[in-house]
Design a protein around this ligand. Structure first.
Ligand code: FAD
Length: 322
């Protein structure tokens, strides 16, 4: 018996959310007893050393379906690979990150493998009565508990909900062949355009975001200075991009990019519900706003009540000096 973990990558590196998924699977294996934790990497873009290091997160075995045709992330092909590897490895559970790739893949594997699927899971299951998982719902404003009664189960983990385990050790990587046919590539990605910038917003570990409180695009230098000092990506609220103060790919929120950094710094942003919907998976939120009644303070871990034009340059200087 095994727990299979689907590993996602970007730019040759394993995504943080997949480290979380493996850590979750390792803890689940301990709860269930006598389960192997097999990390499945698809494609050829991550090297063996990087894959082997997934043992530190608790994977006991790594398998790599190293077919170059799979490098583009075609959902149907991934579904075939994962379903077949589940069978080959006797996996009763599939754990993966809830993401733009994980969601459609998980739904399709659930149908093919006749498995129950719980998405946005934030904690290990309660096994006292069957298999009950806690999920985050309504963009993080409530929780729901769900019982999975099928033999096979799929668990999609919410970003930043699980601590990454790092005390394991490297394990060897095995190649696995999976037969694929033309039907698996009925849809092909013909072109991919990536947003430019030192740090890409959807993947960023730190995001510095500005709102209408900054008064105009000419004042964005201080946001960029702070972001550069922290190695962060820059974001903004919707009106800021609507007014063309900033490019649209920086717009964060319900109708924009959903971010899940370790640290989100919101400067001169009121904290409207539509903005919060895109940032409430952040691990820590710092709010800088001159209005102590700004709704964002209710969602913040730390807050500074003050004028951004005074606070932000001082903060940047203090970080540079530290
Ligand atoms: C269907 C729909 C979808 C939407 N989707 C999104 C979305 O995805 N993302 C999004 O962001 N919004 C979205 N919105 C808009 C959202 O409702 C808010 O209007 C928007 O988030 C407000 O942006 P803001 O906080 O930058 O501006 P404001 O609401 O104008 O707030 C500016 C803030 O800056 C503070 N401030 C002013 N001067 C200073 C200063 N000198 N120093 C410090 N603080 C200062 C003020 O106290 C205030 O809190 C959506 C709205 C709708 C109806």
């Amino acid at each position: 018996m095994s727990i299979l973990v689907f590993v996602e990558n970007a730019d040759g590196e394993v995504k943080k959310t997949s480290h979380e998924a493996i850590s979750y699977a390792a803890a689940l294996a301990e709860k269930l007893g006598e389960q192997e934790v097999i990390a499945l990497s698809i494609g050829t873009e991550v090297n063996d050393d990087t894959l082997a290091a997934l043992g530190k997160n608790g994977a006991t075995k790594i398998v790599n379906v190293a077919d170059e045709k799979l490098n583009q992330g075609v959902i149907q092909a991934y579904t075939t690979v994962i379903t077949q590897v589940m069978e080959k490895t006797n996996a009763t559970h599939l754990v993966l990150a809830k993401s733009s790739l994980g969601d459609p893949v998980a739904a399709r594997v659930a149908i093919k493998a006749n498995a129950a699927l719980a998405s946005n899971v934030v904690a290990l299951p309660d096994l006292s009565e069957g298999f009950k998982v806690k999920r985050s719902i309504y963009t993080g404003k409530a929780f729901a508990w769900m019982s999975l009664s099928t033999e096979k189960k799929i668990i999609a983990i919410k970003k930043n909900a699980i601590e990454v385990k790092e005390d394991g050790s490297d394990v060897t990587v095995e190649r696995l062949e999976v037969p694929l046919d033309e039907n698996d590539f009925n849809v092909n990605i013909t072109k991919t355009e990536k947003a430019e910038g030192d740090v890409l917003l959807p993947e960023a570990d730190i995001v510095v975001s500005g709102g209408r409180g900054l008064k105009g695009p000419e004042n964005w230098q201080m946001i960029e200075d702070l972001a550069k000092t922290l190695g962060a990506a820059t974001g903004c609220s919707k009106p800021v991009s609507d007014m063309n103060w900033r490019p649209h790919h920086e717009h964060v929120g319900q109708t924009g990019v959903k971010v899940s950094p370790t640290l989100y710094i919101a400067i001169g942003i009121s904290g409207a519900i539509q903005h919060l919907a895109g940032v409430n998976s952040s691990k820590y939120i710092i709010v800088i706003n001159k209005d102590p009644e700004a709704p964002f303070f209710k969602a913040a871990d730390y807050g500074i009540v003050g004028d951004a034009f005074e606070v932000v340059p001082k903060l940047t200087e203090a970080i540079k000096a530290s």
